[in-house]
Ligand binder design. Sequence first.
Ligand code: NAI
Length: 255
Amino acid sequence: MIRYDFTGKVALVTGSSRGIGAAIVSAFSASGATVVLHYWDDPEGQNRQDAQALAAQLQAQTAPGTTVHLLAADVREPDQVQSLMQQVQQHCGGLDILVNNAGILRDRSLRKMTLDDWHAVLRTNLDGVFYCCKYALDIIRDGGRIINIASVAGLVGFHGQTNYAAAKAGVIGLTRVLAKELARRQITVNAVAPGVIQTAMLGELRPEVLAEYLKQIPMGRLGTPQDVAHAVLFLASEESSYITGQVLPVTGGWI
Ligand code: NAI
C-alpha cells in the first residue's frame, strides 16, 4: 500500500532497471514523483531492454503530465556520472531524492579473490556512490534526500565478502559524514541495510549458503524488493526529516 505523496519531487534511483532498484523507482512513480530510471548500458543490451520495458509500464500508470525519464551511465565512470546529473538538471530542473542502489557482488575467500574481483566491487559499490553523491550536490535542492543502499554485510562480516563488506562499510561511513556536511541545508543522508532479498543477485550465492541464511532469519522468509522500497520511501518522506546519518536494517529480524 502506498502511503506517501511525492508529487512535485524528482527522484533518481541508480541501477533501477531490475531488482531492488526497479521496486524503488516503481514505488516513487506510484507515489507521484517524477522519476529518473537509471541503468547501466551493458554490452548485451539487457539492462537497456529491461529499463525501456519498465519505463513504458510506469509511464502508462503515471498521472498525465508526469514523465518517466530514462538515462544511462556507468557509475564507475565519474565523467558519465557528472553527465547523468547534468541531464537530470536539463530534463527535470533539479533533484530532490537520490537513491544510490547500483551494486555488484563477487564473493570469494580472500585467498581466491583476484585483484579484479576486489577493484570491480570497490569501484561499483563505493566509488560509484561517491561519484553520484559528489555530482548530485551540483543539482540537489535544499531539503533533499540521499539514501544509500548498503547491506548488513557492511555491519557484520560474512565469509567470502571482504570486497563487498569493505565497500558497504565504506558506504555507511560516507553516509554518516555526508549527513553532517549537508545537515545545514536540511538534506538528510541515510543508509538502508537489506538482509537477504530475493533478486537476481542471489543467483551469485551458492544454494547451501542461501539455505543457511534462511535458517537464521527469525521471520523465516527472504525479503522482497518491496520491503526495501518501503523503507526507502519512509526515509525520503517529509515524515523522516529529522532522521539523518542513520542505518536502517531491513532484515526480518536477522542480525
Ligand atoms: P541486481 O543485480 O538485481 O541489481 C543491481 C543493479 O545495479 C542492476 O540494475 C545493475 O545493472 C546495476 N549496476 C551494476 N553495475 C553498475 C554500474 N557499473 N553502473 C550502473 N549500474 C550498475 O541486485 P539487487 O539485489 O537488486 O541489488 C541492489 C542493491 O542492493 C545493491 O547495491 C546490493 O548490493 C544491495 N543489496 C542487495 C541484497 C540482496 O540480498 N539482493 C542484500 C543487501 C544489499
